[in-house]
Design a protein around this ligand. Sequence first.
Ligand code: C5P
Length: 227
Amino acid sequence: MGNLTHLSIALDGPAGSGKSSVAKQLANELNIHYLDTGAMYRAVAFAALEKGIDPKDAATVESLLKATSITVHFEQGNQRVYIDDIDVTANIRTSAVSNAASDIAMHPSVRYKLAEMQRAVASQYDIVVDGRDIGTFVLPEAEYKFFLTASEEVRAKRRFKENKENGIPSELEDLRMEIKQRDYNDTHRELAPLKQAEDAIKIDSSDLTLEEVVGAIMSYVKGGQQS
Ligand code: C5P
């Protein structure tokens, strides 16, 4: 288990693969923390958009990062993300922020800073951490690693349903394009691209319910079958 003194479960996969719902339920059943690393990239993206900064402009984003404090707190077990002491958790789920987060996530300065924060959080708790590079870059020593996938069609439909439930207006075709573009960005960036870790267990959730995915992961975790 390397130098990690707490239980760490890394859960990686592309946008809409169901990671956050799975991670939430898993954390609940195991009574451990859940760190949503995408929310951290989204918070930086939100800050950039608020300040009129182009998320693709590496130098300006780096200056923003230096001048801004990003923090993660757990309140009654739920993660909240703050930018300079302002809770932005409720503001980071729009498509504009999703797309900007995908651009922001390409910059190594952003990735190094957020990965360091993620490691610091993981060192304090038993935790499930979801993202794109957790098993490969952030926590390569994680005790359990899972890579969650689903077809593009299924992922777009899930996002559509999720948005509807959250009152966020969207078109299915737009979400499909958005997912395609984010997949491309995530798999083609130089530092820590989205990739299955060699020792991760792959789960295709296209035809599985949330309960089935969680059940499959629980059987590995309880049975101690990995690492
Ligand atoms: O998971 P979520 O959709 O909230 O992530 C938002 C964006 O943040 C992703 O499209 C991805 O580009 C980026 N991200 C990342 N590495 C992570 C988590 C998210 O690059 N560990």
